[in-house]
Structure formats: C-alpha cells, structure tokens
Design a protein around this ligand. Structure first.
Ligand SMILES: [Zn+2]
Length: 354
C-alpha cells in the first residue's frame, strides 16, 4: 500500500485496512504448509493411513480457523462486500491526468475522474479538493509538473466531505502544511474520516480543520478572494466556491460546484438528516441565482473535462468559458433529483410484501 501510517492516524477503520494490507496475515495463510488432499480422499478418508490423514485433517481445521478469523476481521471492518463497493470506480477515477492551465492562474491538478484545482498567487496557493486517498501523490506530482511547489499551498478547501474528494486531504495537508478550511456541516465527517451514510467503504483519513466557515465567508490570499456558498443536500456541508480569474485583461467568474447528485442518500424518512429534501431544494434555488463564466465541479464528467480539452486542442479557443453551462447543469441535476425523490417516495409508500 502506498499510504504511510501518518496518513491514517485518526482513522481506525483505515488503520485496520492498512494492517490487513500489510499482507502479513494473508502471507501467513498462503505460506503455511498445508498438505494436499490425497486423491483417494473422496469417501475414503476413514480408510486412509491414519497418521497421514490425521495431519491433513489437523492442517485443514487450522487453515479453516485462520480463514474464519480473517473473515470475521474483514466483516468487522466492513471490508468484504462493501469494501469492494467502489473498487472499480476508484481505479477508473484515479487514473493519472496531465495537469493543465484552465485560465489565468487557475489549474487542473486532479486525476481522470476526481478533480483538484490549484489557484496560484504571489503569496502562495489554494487547493480545492484532494481526490481519493490514493490521489494525493498524483496531485503532488501534477503540481510539481506544472512548476509549482506543494509547500506553497496555504489553504485547502473541499467541495464536500466524501471519500473521493476529501480522501487525499490529510496527506496533502501533511505534505504542504496548509490550513484546512471547511464548513460546519462537513466538519464532523472531515475530522473523523467516518462517513455515516456510506459506512466503512466511504471512510477516509481524518483531517485537522483549522478554520470553520459559514455562508458567504471568504478566503483571501495574494489578491484573490474565494467566497463560500453553502449548498447542502449531497452532504450536510457541501460548499460551492466562487472567485474571479483574470487572463489577457479579461476577468472571468469561476464557480466550483459542490455536487447535488442524490448518490447513496436516503431522501425519504431520513432520521439522521431530516432536512435533506429542503436542503437540496434550497441549494437548487441558490444555484439559480448564481452565474459564472467558467463552471467547474468535483468530477470531470460533470463539466465535460476531456471533451473540452479535445475541443481546445482542435480550434484553439477556450471551451471552459461558457456562461450558460452552470444553469444547464443545475436544471439537469434538479430534474434528476426530483425523479429520484419520486422513486424513493413511491417505494416507501408501497405496502410491505409478505
Ligand atoms: Zn459526493
């Protein structure tokens, strides 16, 4: 595993995952000499040479006991079926992606499927999102490939506290020494690394938070101002950030969307997050009042990252500048939310099947 113990200092589930991944236990099982079953075993075990089969049976029970112990440990960590839940997505999202300049002093430094944005200034830089835990080294490399230093990062921001956008923040905080700024709604998840909605498979290394922000609070550095817009629903503290970027004498309004997909969220009868529906609705209403020239989001697919890069290479324009994209995205996302809400409501109203 590529994670160091420091990365997992406050996350018991991840620490257990680490110790399992040290392969010590698995190696022990694999290398333990287990006698092969003799071909005559089927139906004839009682008639076989006593000494030989006695040891075979003893070894068989020993390996069964170890296997059972491993199974219990894995179940305890929630790492059997659920641990594999996002394995394919994680692999796809974390494929390396060549970093590039979006506009002015704004750069894409994330992986193929999970975003990370770097804003550089004369007084240091700001990083929005840290990808998955395994994305942190890619982000570090991307920043260095662009000619910047990770130690120049002064502030770390987060779109929302899910493992695919907050997972790498602890390691990036360790590497950069930057201050973590987060909303109150997402603070608990970030501080513990425990996602109560996604369960153990959504856990990630815990992050130390240096400043908690409220709606419309700002982060300032080297002449740049970033404004926080709380847009909860997807998580309790989902935060959309806005700023202005200058290039060739023009200023562009940039918006980093928090995400408003329903994902694994329970919308109906959610006792843990009773206001989830009204939060989503208020966030959609808020987005309708916002506008921007450059629309960015936590997943590249949300803002057509690869398609835009291809377009940019083909006709030398900047397809990232599109003042209508935010509202197109918001309308689609709201329709998806309403459909999901209807489906969840009709399922909850269906009488239980006997
Ligand atoms: Zn998410």
């Amino acid at each position: 595993m590529r994670f160091r113990p420091t990365l997992v200092r406050n996350n018991s589930v991840w620490t257990r995952f680490q110790s399992l991944n040290s392969l010590s236990l698995l190696t022990r099982i694999k290398t333990r000499p287990i006698r092969a079953f003799p071909p005559r075993l089927g139906g004839q075990i009682l008639g076989a040479t006593f000494a030989s089969d006695f040891f075979t049976i003893v070894n068989m029970f020993k390996s069964l006991a170890i296997g059972l112990r491993l199974l219990i440990m894995l179940s305890f960590c929630g790492l059997t079926a659920s641990g594999q839940r996002y394995a394919h997505e994680r692999e796809e999202w974390n494929k390396p992606f060549k970093p590039f300049r979006i506009a002015g002093n704004l750069y894409y430094v994330g992986a193929t499927g999970v975003s990370a944005f770097l804003i550089t200034t004369t007084e240091g830089s700001i990083l929005i999102d840290g990808g998955l835990p395994e994305t942190a080294p890619l982000i570090e490399k991307n920043i260095s490939d662009l000619g910047f230093k990770i130690t120049d990062i002064k502030y770390l921001l987060n779109s929302h506290a899910h493992f695919d956008h907050a997972g790498g923040l602890a390691e990036l905080q360790r590497l950069s020494g930057a201050q973590m700024i987060a909303s109150a709604g997402d603070s608990q998840t970030l501080r513990t690394g425990i996602d109560t909605v996604l369960g153990p498979s959504g856990s990630f290394p815990a992050i130390k938070i240096d400043r908690v922000i409220s709606d419309n609070d700002t982060v300032q550095l080297g002449g740049m101002t970033l404004t926080a817009h709380l847009t909860p629903g997807h998580t309790r503290g989902s935060t959309t950030w806005t700023t202005r970027i200058s290039e060739n004498g023009k200023t562009y309004r940039v918006l980093f969307h928090s995400s408003t997909t329903v994902a694994a969220n329970k919308l109906v009868n959610n006792h843990e997050y009773p206001n989830i529906i009204s939060d989503y609705e208020a966030s959609f209403a808020k987005f309708k009042k916002l506008s921007c020239d450059i629309f960015l989001a936590p997943h590249g697919s949300f803002f057509h990252l690869t398609e835009k890069l291809k377009k940019r290479a083909a006709n030398n324009s900047n397809p990232f500048i599109d003042p209508n994209e935010l509202q197109r995205f918001v309308n689609q996302s709201e329709m998806d939310f309403k459909r999901e809400l209807r489906e969840q409501k009709s399922k909850s109203e269906r009488p239980p099947q006997n």
